[in-house]
Design a protein around this ligand. Structure first.
Ligand code: PBG
Ligand code: ZN
Length: 326
């Protein structure tokens, strides 16, 4: 005989409607931000082989895509620029007529309801591929010189109409430097979403080829976090908050669910973004292409897990596909 159980959790799993009623975490369209790559030139809609389903868009072609995003009701985007020219300090990044600046204007004109976030970094714009200007020896990123340049880039983005500035370079003091630059020019109302907790992850590889980043020498280990570290994440978030960050981020996401939980528990009052990065997306795509998993079900499961861990919203290459489903 079976014991006469009083608690039978399966009772709540019998009816599909009841299962929905007791569901704790809900993935909504309003949780998703779409990364978008904009490039110099005209009539370009270049498929990105490392990120199936994604393209590099020249600003003229972007207009049609923006209309499509509007139809889908995409809440927001994170813009990345692929410039025509690179140099040692990534000068082009702060050009008011640059590719990201133009793309921001396209969004403002054709889809003003969209929240336009811009990734603020130099690795797409430097010929050496690092996230800032280099020191005289050329062996490390010059932190404080990069802070000055970040201020300039941030200003050019907000002058073009960016709604949120998202610095991703992991420079010490970057939030304070950008906050000061914005405030001095009258942009006190523009929030900063800091890539506060960004690990030195091998999962950025598909992104680096899609953004045509060619890291000539070294790696990002002197500025991005060691994947083995947990408590250092709290320090980074704390420092960004002290410098005026309005929102925090953990990146990557799927591989760092514990960190997402830690940051949310310690700083619950700050909206927390999680970046489901290129490698995490590419792994699902690759497994699905081999019919090893059901893509949509896995994508929904992973993104829901990221929310369950504590993220308030997710930057994901799946944003469009999920919006088409919802
Ligand atoms: C630039 C930047 C990177 C990503 C976002 N911003 C690459 C890097 O730090 O090397 C990664 C995004 C992804 O993999 O999807 N600093
Ligand atoms: Zn960078």
């Amino acid at each position: 005989m079976f014991p006469d159980l009083i608690q039978r959790p399966r009772r709540l799993r019998q009816h599909p409607g009841l299962r929905r009623l007791v569901q704790e975490t809900h993935l909504r369209g309003d949780d998703l931000i779409l990364p978008l790559f904009v490039c110099a030139g005209e009539k370009i809609k270049r498929p990105i082989s490392s990120l199936p389903g994604h393209h590099q868009w020249s600003t003229d072609e972007l207009i049609a895509e923006v209309q499509a995003l509007r139809q889908l009701g995409i809440l927001g985007v994170m813009l990345f620029g692929i410039p025509a020219a690179k140099d040692a300090e990534g000068t082009y990044a702060s050009d008011d007529k640059g590719v990201v600046q133009k793309a921001i204007r396209v969004f403002k004109q054709h889809y003003p309801e969209c929240v336009v976030m811009t990734d603020l970094c130099f690795c797409e714009y430097t010929d050496h591929g690092h996230c800032g200007a280099l020191t005289a020896s050329g062996l490390d990123v010059d932190n404080d010189r990069t802070l000055e340049l970040l201020g300039q880039q941030a200003l050019s983005h907000v002058r073009a109409g960016a709604d949120v500035i998202a610095p991703s370079g992991m420079m010490d003091g970057m939030v304070a430097a950008i906050r000061n630059a914005l405030d001095e020019e009258g942009f006190r109302h523009i929030p900063i979403l800091s890539y506060s907790v960004k690990y030195s992850s091998a999962l950025y590889a598909p992104f680096r080829s899609s953004a045509q980043i060619d890291l000539k020498q070294g790696d990002r280990k002197t500025y991005q976090l060691n994947p083995a570290n947990r408590f250092e994440a709290l320090k980074e978030a704390q420092l960004d908050i002290e410098q005026g960050a309005d929102m925090l981020m953990v990146k990557p996401a799927h591989t760092y669910l514990d960190i997402i939980r830690d940051i949310k528990e310690n700083f619950p009052e700050y909206p927390l973004a999680a970046y489901h990065v290129s490698g995490e997306y590419a792994m699902i795509k690759a497994a699905a292409a081999q019919n090893l998993i059901d893509e949509v079900t896995v994508a929904l499961e992973v993104l829901t897990a990221i929310k369950r861990a504590g993220a308030d919203f997710i930057i994901t290459y799946y944003a469009k596909e999920i919006m088409e489903l919802l």
